[in-house]
Write a protein that binds this ligand. Structure first.
Ligand code: 13P
Ligand code: SF4
Length: 510
């Protein structure tokens, strides 16, 4: 396995210029390259075999034309899972973070080549250790044999310092980690869970002065709302947001509410907000008799809502709402989509009057990547395997799954599956890879690679920095009035009788 070509470009979306050697900078990428930076696709790879195939199809292409940084030979990238570490030459260590990418707009490469193989065959990685690489350098899969456990000396040092701080502070400090966090973060946490479990834990803890939340912002914000006054919640990266949560804000929801209640009357409608939302939307629910839900109690929350009012406005995730509506037996024609950019959400007054469930037009880009084709391909490749997916997937994907549930449910599903069985999972890749490592006597396979870049923003460096700045760095604060009203809606959720997720009526088979 070796490096066949190295290429850099100053502008994204353009072919790259070949060079004989290059400097790769830690946590950045190739020096002077437009794709380098603080994100998870710092370096890109393509096999020279892929480029050759494109040539055989009649395209006049060469190294660098697909904007790949490094063309390789002798590696079947399709067999290399996300999370694999690769040594390039003597010094450089890269971790594979993504396989393939969405191509939203046709760029100069598409127009030059007539096609682009990067969306399917490109491999992307993050630089853990920098150094110089040259054409002809060897590429090796880094299995840790050189260093003991596959962690770089720097990572080991950071973990040691995190552990020392934890030991010094004892019960004064608690680190909560969501299931989508990287393995090295989860390993340092005190409690890992789904968003419901983590909010329960934040609400129950009385002894910690500092709660460090390794997850995305809406989760840390909910922990801050549920925590005690003497507790301080911090998030290692304040920029770790959620695309879906950004699809609804207070102003558009208030406008939708006004439009809807003009048609339904003030007492027919109740709001149910998914945990993946800003605090002021949870506060909106608190003020309007509504409730928060997570993917592990959406059914119970909808039942709770329907026992009080005739109709529910569910936001921001249309898919969790629709999958839950399906499992409660609500007819498709009684569920309508609310497009916040259109008059009456794109519905007639009559459709609104007939609807039971009004679904906000929001979605998760990580989960809507899973497609029916992936289900069919995996069923053919692994006959007898079980497929379990998260309810943020589309109803078409959920309909073909054996089981559906929250991240906590998926973890239990794999743990309870018989040894020797194969489980295919449709959720964020960090969780799937970790489960594969933790349950070696079961075969755990991703339905498709899909990484949440927001969850991925939290890393060891940022965790250590937060711990070295306790009470100061990235403190999550919620204004008092929002906190009070949001807590009403969150407390209603916590009071719901806990039941296992079984959206679409699919219970765990294992
Ligand atoms: P869970 O509630 O299942 O942990 O999911 C949170 C989430 O953001 C899924 O994308
Ligand atoms: Fe948000 Fe989707 Fe990431 Fe979950 S996976 S945090 S819904 S963007």
């Amino acid at each position: 396995m070796k490096i066949e070509s190295i290429a850099v470009s100053k502008k994204k979306g353009t072919p790259k210029t070949r060079v004989e050697e290059a400097l790769i900078v830690r946590e950045h990428g190739l020096e002077g390259d437009a794709h380098a930076g603080k994100w998870h696709r710092q370096v890109s790879f393509l096999t020279s075999e892929s480029i050759e195939r494109a040539r055989e199809c009649g395209l006049e292409v060469g190294f660098g034309d697909f904007a790949e940084n490094i063309a390789t030979s002798g590696i079947d990238w399709m067999k290399i899972p996300v999370g694999t570490r690769l040594k390039l030459g003597k010094d450089v260590l890269v971790e594979v973070t993504q396989i393939g990418k969405e191509c939203h707009a046709r760029c100069a490469i598409y127009y030059k080549t007539g096609d682009c193989i990067m969306p399917k065959e490109g491999i992307f990685g993050r630089v853990l250790e920098g150094g110089r690489i040259h054409v002809g350098d060897e590429i090796r899969i880094f299995d840790g044999s050189e260093q003991g456990d596959g962690r770089s000396p720097e990572e080991k040092e950071i973990s040691k310092r995190v552990k020392a701080i934890k030991e010094r502070l004892g019960k004064e400090l608690i680190i909560l980690t969501h299931h989508y966090q990287r393995k090295e973060i989860v390993d340092l946490g005190d409690f890992r869970g789904d968003s419901f479990g983590l909010s329960q834990r934040a609400a129950a803890d009385r002894s910690a002065k500092y709660i460090i939340f390794c997850g995305v912002h809406f989760m840390a914000e909910s922990a801050a709302i549920l925590s005690q006054d003497h507790q301080i919640v911090q998030i290692p990266d304040a920029e770790a947001g959620c695309w879906m949560a950004d699809m609804a804000d207070k102003f558009v929801v208030e406008r939708a509410w006004e439009g809807l209640t003009l048609v339904t009357g003030p007492d027919a409608l109740l709001p149910v907000v998914y945990m993946n939302s800003d605090a002021d939307l949870k506060a909106f629910c608190g003020r309007h008799g509504g409730i928060v839900c997570t993917s592990s109690n959406a059914e119970d929350a909808l039942r709770w809502g329907f026992s009080r009012r005739e109709k529910i406005l569910f936001f921001p995730d249309q898919h969790l709402g629709r999958n839950t509506g399906n499992s409660l037996g609500i007819a498709p024609e009684e569920m309508i989509l609310w497009d916040p950019h259109r008059e009456l959400g794109g519905n007639s007054a009559d459709q609104i009057r007939k609807a039971k469930l009004i679904l906000w037009d929001g979605y998760c880009l990580v989960h809507t990547r899973f497609k029916v084709e992936h289900m069919e391909e995996m069923r053919a490749r692994y006959p007898g395997a079980k497929i379990v997916v998260h309810p943020e997937c589309t109803q078409e994907v959920v309909a073909l799954a054996d089981a559906v549930g929250s991240t906590g449910y998926i973890v239990k599903y794999v743990e309870n599956a018989p040894p020797g069985s194969t489980i295919i999972i449709g959720t964020e890749i960090n969780l799937v890879r970790r489960l594969a490592l933790e349950c070696p006597d079961r075969r755990v396979v991703p339905l498709h690679d899909s990484l949440c870049p927001n969850m991925y923003k939290i890393d060891l460096n940022k965790l250590l920095w937060t711990l070295e700045n306790l009470g100061k760095a990235n403190v999550v604060e919620v204004p008092d009035d929002i906190r009070r009203d949001a807590k009403i809606a969150l407390d209603r959720m916590l009071e719901l009788a806990p039941t296992q997720s079984k959206a679409n009526g699919k219970r765990q088979q294992a």
